[in-house]
Design a protein around this ligand. Structure first.
Ligand SMILES: *[C@@H]1O[C@H](CO)[C@@H](O)[C@H](O)[C@H]1NC(C)=O
Ligand SMILES: *[C@@H]1O[C@H](CO)[C@@H](O)[C@H](O)[C@H]1NC(C)=O
Ligand SMILES: *[C@@H]1O[C@H](CO)[C@@H](O)[C@H](O)[C@H]1NC(C)=O
Ligand SMILES: *[C@@H]1O[C@H](CO)[C@@H](O)[C@H](O)[C@H]1NC(C)=O
Ligand SMILES: *[C@@H]1O[C@H](CO)[C@@H](O)[C@H](O)[C@H]1NC(C)=O
Ligand SMILES: *[C@@H]1O[C@H](CO)[C@@H](O)[C@H](O)[C@H]1NC(C)=O
Length: 504
């Protein structure tokens, strides 16, 4: 069947490619995004091999070959997230480095990675799709297979990735206010982050790889040979910024058509005529970052709302409000997309992970955000700036504060209206994001090189792309002219005074 399909595809000029997808993330939300991409490639007839911590989420078949990088989950959960929460920007940079290092070390030790690493010498993949979110850990696979490599990230763009693809104009944090002091701090921190990752982090990981895999690598060179980057962004979901054609935004790629919910959950939601609130802290953060008191404050605030049905996703086994509160349904896992897609959904309470915010925008549901780390702060700021919802401070979660914030979003129709308008715009695209990603992946299979997408700044030194030398030169010319003019005036004044003296 598959062979026949491949043959037909071959006749019309396509081809069934042998594709390797690799990722090192243990984040469940990222895996959902990657899984959607893998399934779409399988559907198009490609032979997909996926290496990662949770590759078995899709059933193996003669077209899908999962390889598990085991032990990554455990490493991920052992990392103390509370430290990240309390750390300063610079401390966080170092903590992230420690995290990336631990995950990468674990990856190289895993049987799964080594299975892939020991593939026969002459084995070829037509294309490697590589997760670049956490750094250069997987570059050795590009070298081993010598295959064209396309990068992707289910996150937003980090300054490091932007610079690695030559998008030097776009690297700064966009949500900051534009006062001189903010821009100065922003400039210094961003440049330092890139410098740290380019020098210390990349070199250390390169050294780790050489030791673990007994081979020599040039990570900078491997990085430069990655064709282009697929990224989970979209101008309607993030603040727009200038991107060169080698960064292809496919934000919201993971969003599926909603399905009606089955069973008891379905009937609860069907009956939630006063509105349904979904409270989820995403898939990555265990809710034990909230104390018992805070959870109780949430439960009490929910009780006071007119919208009485609350679906609460929590890993804990214990109901914060004790037994007998039937309108708050708690469970460890909920189909978020389907819940938000229901006509009764009126509010999402989230930490502001990109994928949750994108789903809320797609479904037109207002958001209350409690940002904890990383991109969540920017995402929630986007929500607040565009009047799509409000923010709750993690440090200020009292019953009163929670109730007031929720009540404001629920009572004021502006948030719903703005969300719905944004949703209509977001859905109106020439190509849905998944099709766009597939198009570009198959494009690079059809054509030998996509080098024309790269701006020159990816390979030249920053002086040339961002002509600081020219600007400095012009500034000196200006200074020089100014000095000459001033001297002339002074000299002329002196001269005429002297003339006057002479006449007298
Ligand atoms: C499909 O991928 C598997 C696993 O990597 C590999 O063993 C097999 O040779 C591939 N099949 C084709 C037709 O490329
Ligand atoms: C995590 O880090 C915080 C802050 O540094 C500390 O108070 C806490 O004890 C740590 N937890 C564990 C389990 O190590
Ligand atoms: C890498 O992981 C191995 C096994 O988990 C451990 O023994 C080793 O100490 C780690 N290496 C470094 C440099 O942390
Ligand atoms: C490392 O590679 C070298 C040459 O490629 C080889 O001679 C040596 O035996 C390898 N060492 C190990 C521990 O595999
Ligand atoms: C906590 O929230 C309340 C109500 O919104 C506000 O008045 C107060 O200033 C906040 N406190 C802090 C420390 O942010
Ligand atoms: C692609 O490159 C390979 C080797 O570099 C060459 O054999 C092949 O003809 C090229 N194909 C196209 C379509 O240019």
């Amino acid at each position: 069947m598959k062979i026949l399909f491949c043959f037909i595809l071959f006749l019309i000029g396509g081809h069934c490619a042998n594709i390797l997808i690799v990722y090192e993330t243990a984040r469940r939300s990222h895996q959902i995004w990657i899984g959607e991409l893998a399934e779409a490639l399988i559907e198009k007839g490609h032979n997909v091999t996926m290496g990662g911590s949770f590759s078995r989420a899709i059933d193996p078949s003669n077209q899908y070959h999962p390889i598990t990088f085991e032990g990554i989950f455990l490493t991920h959960y052992k990392i103390n997230k509370t430290r990240h929460l309390q750390a300063s920007v610079l401390e966080n940079l170092y903590l992230n480095y420690e995290y990336n290092y631990a995950i990468c070390n674990r990856t190289y030790q895993s049987k799964g990675f080594n299975f892939l690493w020991n593939y026969p010498e002459n084995f070829k993949f037509d294309l490697i799709l590589m997760d670049l979110t956490f750094g250069p850990c997987l570059y050795p696979l590009s070298q081993k297979f010598g295959s064209p490599t396309v990068g992707f990230t289910p996150s937003g763009l980090s300054p490091y990735l932007l610079e690695a693809f030559g998008n030097n104009h776009a690297i700064f944090e966009l949500h900051m206010d534009q006062s001189f002091f903010s821009r100065l701090t922003n400039f210094l921190l961003t440049k330092f982050e890139i410098f740290f990752k380019k020098t210390w982090e990349r070199t250390t990981l390169e050294y780790l790889a050489s030791n673990a895999l007994n081979a020599t690598f040039d990570f900078k060179k491997l990085e430069n040979s990655i064709s282009y980057l697929l990224v989970n962004e979209h101008p309607l979901l993030n603040i727009p910024r200038p991107l060169a054609p080698n960064i292809i935004p496919v934000g919201g790629l993971h969003i599926k058509k909603t399905e009606p919910l089955p069973g008891i959950l379905g009937s609860i939601i069907e009956n939630a005529h006063q509105g349904l609130i979904f409270f989820s802290l995403g898939t990555d953060i265990q809710q034990n970052i909230f104390s018992k008191e805070t959870k109780k404050a949430f439960a009490k605030a929910f009780m006071r709302l007119h919208q009485k049905t609350v679906i609460w996703k929590d890993n804990a086994d214990e109901h914060p409000y004790g037994e007998g509160v039937s309108n708050i349904l708690m469970h460890k896992w909920m189909p978020q997309g389907d819940l938000l897609g229901h006509r009764h959904a009126v509010l999402l309470i989230t930490t502001g992970g990109s994928m949750s915010v994108q789903e809320a925008i797609f479904q037109g549901v207002p958001v209350v955000g409690i940002p904890i780390y990383g991109e969540q702060h920017g995402n929630v700021q986007f929500i607040v700036d565009n009047k799509l919802g409000l923010k709750l401070d993690y440090d200020n979660l009292t019953e009163e504060n929670i109730f007031e914030t929720l009540d404001r979003v629920l009572k004021n129709p502006i948030y719903k209206e703005n969300m719905e308008a944004l949703s209509r715009k977001f859905r109106d695209q020439p190509q849905n994001p998944l099709q766009k990603a597939l198009y570009w992946i198959e494009y690079s299979l059809r054509h030998n090189s996509t080098n024309f997408l790269n701006p020159r700044s990816r390979y030249t030194c920053p002086w040339i792309d961002h002509p600081a030398d020219v600007q400095l030169f012009l500034f000196f010319v200006f200074l020089l002219s100014l000095t000459i003019i001033v001297l002339r005036i002074l000299w002329c004044n002196n001269g005429s005074r002297n003339d006057k003296k002479k006449k007298e």
